[in-house]
Design a protein around this ligand. Structure first.
Ligand code: FE2
Length: 293
């Protein structure tokens, strides 16, 4: 696959860090128009209380309105297991199309079973407005963006590239954080290694924007780096580490990781493009499958 890289396009990128889930949401603006896109939004949840709120999303909406922007896309890099998407809430207020990778159907099939969803839960990705295939392009104002299929963390992961900026989702973390886990159903360390090589094949000066940062070793939270820095310094895949090294390390590490705190609500909501499921009376309701994950 040859991707339509165009380093002359330089989007304006604003980052919004969510402290509760260590997620970074990006507002990506076309410098030549008022068009913009959002990547990986967050809906707030107090899971212990079963309470959902929208402080993070309201801030994004406020920014878009106060800057006079037109929201064209609400992109999910993948079905997140550690936070809930606010895509439908934002779409209702500002419009825009919700897009995700076409392999979402595999994730819906897998977790439709885990959560014992009925036939009313469509497993065809129809909850989303756009399903991206590898190499698909789309426009944000005058900027052409494209999606790169990057499975490994999940089978539906995509990296989105807009000019000289790439939004890597859960592939790479900052160089001192390494890479994302691969032990969820449908994950694969071999595939993640190959996907990361696709990202590292972008031009050296490509700006890379992380989906998460945990500030390893107590350093200040950070989210932006470059292909050149990742190639030289990434602790899991940089400096010439082999695929064999990576797969062995990743597999051993993943075996020791606990489940993300919000995986149960996150999957149920995110596989529905951010809609909270409802019970037979139409009330918002989440399930907990016992020993199901
Ligand atoms: Fe993730």
């Amino acid at each position: 696959m040859t991707y339509p890289v165009d380093m002359t396009i330089k989007p304006e990128v604003q980052a919004f860090f969510d402290e509760a889930t260590n997620t970074i949401t990006y507002l990506v603006k076309d410098p030549a128009s008022n068009s913009c896109a959002l990547i990986d939004t967050v809906m707030d949840i107090d899971y212990a209380a079963g309470r959902i709120t929208f402080d993070h999303a309201d801030e994004l909406i406020h920014q878009i309105k106060s800057q006079g922007l037109k929201l064209e896309w609400i992109i999910e890099t993948h079905v997140h297991a550690d936070h809930l998407s606010a895509a439908p809430y934002i779409q209702q207020k500002l419009g825009g199309k919700i897009g995700v990778g076409s392999k979402i159907t595999i994730v819906q099939e897998t977790f439709g079973k885990v959560f014992n969803e009925g036939t009313e839960f469509e497993r065809d990705g129809s909850q989303f407005d756009a399903l991206f295939e590898d190499g698909d392009t789309y426009m944000i104002g005058h900027m052409q963006a494209f999606a790169m299929y990057t499975p490994g963390h999940t089978p539906a992961c995509m990296v989105h590239v807009v000019g000289d900026a790439a939004f890597v989702g859960d592939t790479l973390f900052m160089p001192d954080g390494g890479s994302a886990r691969c032990d969820f159903p449908g994950g694969s360390a071999e595939e993640l290694y190959d996907s990361i090589q696709k990202v590292l094949a972008l031009p050296d000066e490509t700006r890379l924007f992380m989906c998460h940062d945990y500030g390893p070793g107590g350093r200040t939270i950070a989210w932006e780096t470059t292909v050149a820095e990742q190639k030289a310094e990434n602790i899991h895949v940089g400096a010439g580490k082999t695929k064999e090294d990576f797969v062995k390390f990743r597999t051993e590490r993943d075996a020791q990781l606990a489940m993300p705190k919000l995986i149960i609500p996150s999957l149920q909501v995110n596989m529905r493009a951010g809609e909270v499921p409802t019970d037979k009376d139409g009330n918002p309701m989440l399930k907990v499958p016992v020993n199901g994950l």
